[in-house]
Design a protein around this ligand. Structure first.
Ligand code: WQD
Length: 336
């Protein structure tokens, strides 16, 4: 176990926006273990109050409400981490204005509130969705950015705005492009299930725990080893480590960066299902249906820049560890 429980010499004052959600709460757990002073700002639309540990300040607010942001920035902060966003790619194609408002306008509100309070450092949750259909694999940061869905476009637009604010207003940012985030905290510090998940791993886990009867596999005729879609799954504990390293980097070097966070290894939908059946002892019922619009056959990435600049490598992201840590949480909710 590599999670640090050492108290840091120089604790930072950190505002974690969206810190009650699935990914944010994992980062909060590690920041707290490092001895930082943390405030979570969250509207609890998808997050849970139970995800906020003792010792962390909580501000119930919305990034679309400038008064809420002004309120939380009455306290001093060294760095902001921004996880608050809508993230369903399919929904973003049906309701683009909702995504533009929450993701793009919400991020601009955060930046403006930061600047008004003279806070200069921000870590931003970006996404592999900025790349769109891969032109080559593994995807590196030089790969062209042509998002295939509006959600991915919002993340790219925010990256562009961050780049402009860095030039015009001297902020430092880290844009962290996650591939398929998955897993649960190995130390059991986060235990709330995501509501209405749309991603593969939580759906398979819901079937193993009896919360759902059957799933659909979106296509088995891709050019992959078994015909089903291949993705690069990255454990949330690895994401957490990268956030802390990125925060230290931008603050120490007064510099910004954009990096992929991924493992370089891919697993198909059927690989995942077989591994879940082995780990849980449960049969996963599925049917093969048509391909989902906009899904690439394979998406894996190189995180060489994160390794080079941040000295970061995925350490907790074997498929087995991702699924075992998820099963520890899902089995508690088991209904069969
Ligand atoms: C994985 C694989 C599906 C569900 C999405 C976002 C992306 C990023 C991560 C945030 C694919 C298949 C899935 C199901 C299936 N999010 N699948 N049946 O689409 O790679 O990425 O989450 O930044 O922006 O688009 O993840 O988990 O939905 O799908 O067969 O019920 O599982 O076709 O091959 P995806 P996913």
């Amino acid at each position: 176990m590599t999670h640090s429980t050492l108290k840091t010499q120089n604790p930072n004052l950190i505002l974690v926006i969206g810190g009650a959600g699935y990914i944010g709460s994992h980062i909060v757990a590690d920041l707290l273990a490092e001895g930082h002073d943390i405030t979570v700002f969250d509207n609890l639309s998808t997050g849970f109050k139970e995800n906020i540990p003792r010792g962390v300040n909580f501000y119930h607010g919305d990034i679309l409400n400038k008064g809420d942001l002004k309120g939380v920035f009455q306290q001093p902060f060294d760095c902001v981490m921004h996880f608050a966003a809508l993230k369903a790619a399919g929904d973003s194609m049906l309701n683009p204005s909702k995504y533009a408002e929450h993701n793009i306008s919400g991020s601009i509100n955060i930046l403006d509130a930061m600047l008004a309070a003279n806070v200069k450092n921000i870590i931003f949750s970006s996404s592999a969705a900025v790349y769109g259909a891969p032109e080559y694999l593994p995807v590196d940061e030089k790969h062209p950015t042509h998002p295939e869905n509006f959600y991915g476009y919002t993340k790219l637009a925010i990256e562009d705005i961050l780049n402009w604010y860095a030039k015009l207003k001297n902020i430092n940012f880290a844009a962290l492009r996650y591939f398929n985030a998955a897993g649960y905290d190995a130390l059991g510090r986060v235990s709330q299930l995501e509501r209405n998940p749309a991603n593969l791993l939580p759906i398979v886990m819901e079937i193993a725990s009896g919360m759902r009867k059957k799933m659909q596999i979106f296509g088995d005729d891709y050019d992959t080893h078994d015909g089903t879609g291949v993705r690069d799954y990255i454990h949330v504990n690895d994401l957490a480590t990268a956030h802390i390293k990125a925060m230290n980097f931008i603050m120490e070097n007064n510099q910004s960066l954009t990096v992929n966070l991924a493992t370089g290894e891919g697993f198909s939908v059927l690989d995942v299902i077989k591994a879940v059946e082995k780990i849980t002892g449960q049969k996963i019922n599925y049917e093969i249906v048509a391909r989902r619009l906009g899904d690439p056959a394979e998406l894996i990435a190189q995180a060489l820049r994160a390794d080079d600049i941040l000295k970061w490598k995925a350490k907790h992201s074997s498929l087995e560890n991702i699924l075992e840590t998820m099963w520890r949480v899902y089995r508690i909710h088991r209904q069969n």
